[in-house]
Ligand binder design. Structure first.
Ligand code: SF4
Ligand code: SF4
Length: 338
């Protein structure tokens, strides 16, 4: 598989990497099978996070069998304090069963107060520098979902990589990526399949990303060998055909920008609603005409959206600013009126 230089880290990474979010929904065996498929397909970059529950741990166990040197390891922490972030680095090292992590990122920085916090004397960035001096991590990166904040982070010139959502329906990262390249930062495209919403045009969506010179590595979430094969095969195919371009344009117009990426950052819900699980029904109702089937699935939910107490906690957490209580209530009302 084609490899690109990940900016000033000088790591040569495969244009498709493995996103570690979905691992947490599966088991060690599925993780190992996926890692084996990644290695065979030429993937050499894995991205995980402390926030992805067992993801780091399962990957670490898999690497015991495959060899630590098979992959460059990237992970990230949501902790904003020096002590908390440093402890998270130690936990990640333990989980991955390794002495050094290639890229450690400050995860999902969105608020100005968090920006100020991480760069304070007692902030996460100090911990990252300390761990780097101690040889526990090699490079420091950052991930963000909000364009203005991402640009602010780039301009600090303190990071070697930027991780930002980018796909055929969400290409507002272009301006960021141009600036990141000027500063020799590596660019990691998260959500290349729009959190699953581009699943029906996955081939075209992967081609769209890997052929973009501004993207160093795209990291679709993967937890089966089949997904690895599909994503890497698409990446090896030639340029987008006119037909594929038209297909992506059509779907982009249908979806707009205001959709749930199923990232799970809004969780846990105060009353136990599976928020991404309910949000996904919007698409089934509005775009796919699958209301009957979706209603059947919704009825098996442990906690219905009607239980929402409108506490607003989830809204604060959603990096895309979605009005979750309003939207899940709409889904609930829709099914009740069917
Ligand atoms: S607003 Fe509703 S959905 Fe969101 S956390 Fe509160 S109870 Fe859960
Ligand atoms: S509602 Fe927002 S935070 Fe929750 S899964 Fe969807 S995009 Fe992510």
């Amino acid at each position: 598989m084609e490899k690109k230089r990940l900016g000033k880290t000088e790591l040569m990474v495969s244009v498709v990497g493995m996103g570690g979010i979905p691992i947490q929904r599966y088991d060690e065996k599925a993780t190992l099978d996926t890692l084996i498929a990644c290695k065979e397909a030429g993937i050499n970059f894995i991205d995980s996070a402390r926030a992805y529950s067992v993801s780091e741990e399962y990957i670490g166990k898999g690497l015991q069998q495959l060899g630590r040197d098979s992959f460059y390891l990237a992970t990230k922490s949501l902790n904003r304090t020096k002590e908390g972030f440093y402890n998270d680095i130690l936990t990640s090292l333990k989980n991955f069963q390794t002495d050094v992590i290639d890229l450690y990122q400050i995860h999902n920085l969105g608020k100005q107060e968090d920006f100020d916090k991480i760069f304070s004397e007692d902030g996460a960035y100090e911990a990252a520098l300390q761990a780097q001096r101690e040889g526990k991590i090699k490079h420091i990166g950052v991930s963000a979902h909000i364009k203005e904040m991402a640009m602010q982070l780039i301009e600090t010139e303190k990071f070697s990589t930027l991780q930002f959502p980018f796909n055929a329906v969400e290409n507002q990262g272009t301006e960021l990526f141009i600036r990141a390249h000027e500063l020799d930062m590596g660019v990691i495209a998260m959500k290349p399949l729009g959190g699953g919403i581009l699943g029906e045009v996955a081939d075209s969506a992967m081609k769209y990303i890997v052929q973009n010179d501004l993207v160093t590595v795209a990291i679709p979430g993967m937890n089966t060998p089949e997904q690895v094969m599909q994503n890497t095969a698409a990446a090896k195919k030639g340029p987008l055909t006119e037909e594929e371009k038209a297909e992506l344009k059509k779907i982009s117009e249908e979806i707009g920008k205001d959709f749930c990426r199923r990232c799970g950052y809004c969780q846990p819900c105060t009353v136990g609603i599976d928020i991404p699980g309910v949000m996904v029904f919007e698409g089934y109702i509005k775009r796919y005409g699958l209301s009957d089937w979706a209603k059947g699935r919704y009825e098996t939910s442990a906690v219905k959206a009607s239980e929402c107490i409108n506490c607003g906690v989830c809204k604060q957490r959603c990096p895309y600013g979605l009005n979750i209580p309003e939207r899940i209530t709409w889904v609930d009302n829709y099914f009740n009126q069917m």
